[in-house]
Design a protein around this ligand. Structure first.
Ligand code: GAR
Length: 208
């Protein structure tokens, strides 16, 4: 069984896609052992509880400084002894210590085709606002391993989504989630659980 900790900050629709994928058998040999949020108001915490998964909040507001918060976050993840950490709409930069400890064992879903609309400042709706402003005709989502950079780790999988005239950041976000994110993230977790993903020289290969 692949022990997964899912880190969240908001609505948790990607978390839900993983929960559903496991329940429906599309994601095999995988157990979500803990959901961790930095935001006490995240609906994702509620989704976890409804699915019978332990849900924990580690809020920066409860700590004197960033270092103490990062220490608490690290300890909370570590305690669950994960094989894989999934960032599913987690709006916190992963502490360096965690990146080092879980090298090639942390994955993130980003709502654009990296390297487009990625890096510092590109998260959530802002990504789709930027895509519409630039006038791209195709956008999408990317699942990648997390390294010390921002959205810079090895890319595991990408899926393209069309942009339509008249799209708003909200309609585009919805389409990218439905057509790409909720498909890609469970799919990648299943491949990792099956041992089909390898990272060599910063590049990912997927075996049959
Ligand atoms: C998703 O669109 C995810 O790709 C994005 O936040 C949203 C979270 O939604 N993540 C980032 O922007 C990370 N840079 P959710 O809470 O409903 O899964």
């Amino acid at each position: 069984m692949l022990r997964v900790v899912v880190c969240v900050s908001g609505g948790g629709t990607n978390l839900q896609a993983i929960i559903d994928g496991i329940a429906q058998g599309a994601v095999c040999n995988t157990e979500i052992v803990r959901v961790v949020s930095n935001n006490p108001g995240a609906f994702a915490l509620e989704r976890a509880k409804r699915a019978g998964i332990e849900a924990v909040c580690v809020s920066p507001k409860d700590y004197r400084d960033r270092e103490l918060f990062e220490e608490a976050l690290f300890a909370c993840v570590e305690e669950a002894t994960p094989d894989l950490i999934v960032l599913a709409g987690f709006m916190v930069k992963v502490p360096g210590k965690m990146v080092k400890r879980y090298e090639n064992r942390i994955i993130n879903i980003h709502p654009a085709l990296i390297p487009a609309f990625s890096g510092t400042g590109y998260y959530g709706l802002k990504v789709h606002e930027a895509a519409l402003k630039r006038g791209v005709k195709i956008t999408g989502a990317t699942v990648h391993f997390v390294n010390d950079g921002m959205d810079e780790g090895p890319i595991i999988m990408q899926k393209a989504v069309k942009v339509y005239d008249g799209d708003t950041p909200e309609t585009l976000q919805k389409r990218v989630m439905e057509e790409a994110e909720w498909v890609l993230l469970p799919w990648c977790i299943n491949l990792i659980a099956a041992g089909q993903i390898k990272v060599e020289n910063g590049r990912v290969t997927v075996s049959e």
